[in-house]
Design a protein around this ligand. Structure first.
Ligand SMILES: Nc1ncnc2c1ncn2[C@@H]1O[C@H](COP(=O)(O)OP(=O)(O)O)[C@@H](O)[C@H]1O
Ligand SMILES: [Mg+2]
Length: 261
């Protein structure tokens, strides 16, 4: 694994948000999606983010990953500020240090499995190490599917291609927004086990939005979000403890969460 001399200049912080706010819309018609969120995550941790639909989970991930700019506040990934910088610098940093996994996989349908995985490297102008890419695909159990197109794979397999694509540049932080939301139980387990391995074996940091207490229980801790604020944190989560905590976020919230797809 690549080591950087300044890997953790901020004293071992993979992710730090300082009073991050995000307001959508313009005067008279605004929505506060994030309301002064501050948090610090250490390297090599697996954090689940839970909360009712509309509580700001996706906005939090997008802002933390540099896919969106907060209205105010600062975001640091691996000690480097993601906010207020130049777009080109940000894009380069994002490609090298951050992986993102979406609920709907977001694979390119005309490319093969291997081409989908090498795409981020090509976009970054990196030399394609075919052997490394193949090794990553073997790691996610798809070593025999290199030439397949996404449509020829199951949902679970497609999500594992997306994980390989996120892992191939060896990112410091991997963000996943409901990565198991479209999967059956068995495929979900495979995906969650891969994320756990990224943390436990490879020392990467994973931040995962989910509405499923079982998925959340794979994480080291759960952050609870309501109305754009962090309202709780649960270490060593069990599915039962997570479900219990979710009910305390309110009956209305609980109904909205369970109807969220
Ligand atoms: N692009 C957008 N424009 C306007 N409002 C938005 C936009 N994206 C999200 N929102 C609003 O911000 C709030 C948080 O949304 P989101 O982060 O998607 O929540 P979650 O992922 O928890 O369901 C919601 O009220 C949502 O309607
Ligand atoms: Mg969302």
């Amino acid at each position: 694994m690549a080591r950087h001399a300044n890997a953790h200049p901020a004293g071992g912080e993979a992710l730090r948000l300082v009073s991050v706010g995000k307001v959508y819309g313009s005067a008279g018609n605004t929505v506060t999606a994030l309301d002064d969120v501050s948090l610090t995550l250490r390297p090599g941790t697996f954090t689940a983010v839970m909360g009712p639909s509309g509580s700001g989970k996706s906005t939090l991930l997008q802002c933390a990953a540099g896919l969106d700019q907060p209205t105010h506040g600062q975001v640091f990934v691996d000690g480097t500020e993601m906010t207020g910088g130049r777009e080109t610098t940000l894009t380069k940093f994002r490609r090298e240090r951050i992986g993102f996994i979406f609920q709907q996989f977001n694979l390119l349908p005309t490319l093969t499995v291997l081409q989908n995985v090498t795409l981020p490297l090509r976009l970054a102008g990196k030399k394609i190490d075919r052997k490394h890419c193949t090794t990553v695909l073997q790691r996610v159990g798809l070593g025999d599917r290199l030439g397949h197109r996404p449509a020829e794979l199951s949902g679970g397999q497609q999500q594992r291609v997306a994980i390989a694509r996120a892992l191939v540049a060896n990112p410091k932080v991997i963000f996943a927004d409901e990565p198991t939301g479209a999967l059956d139980t068995r495929s979900a387990h495979q995906v969650l086990a891969l994320l756990q391995t990224a943390v436990r074996i490879y020392g990467q940091t994973v931040v995962m939005v989910t509405h499923d207490p079982i998925a959340a229980s794979y994480a080291d801790s759960v952050l609870f979000l309501a109305d754009g604020r962090i309202v709780g944190r649960l270490p060593d989560p069990t599915p039962e403890a997570v479900a219990e905590r979710m009910t305390h976020l309110g009956d209305m919230s609980q109904r909205r969460v369970s109807s969220e797809v």
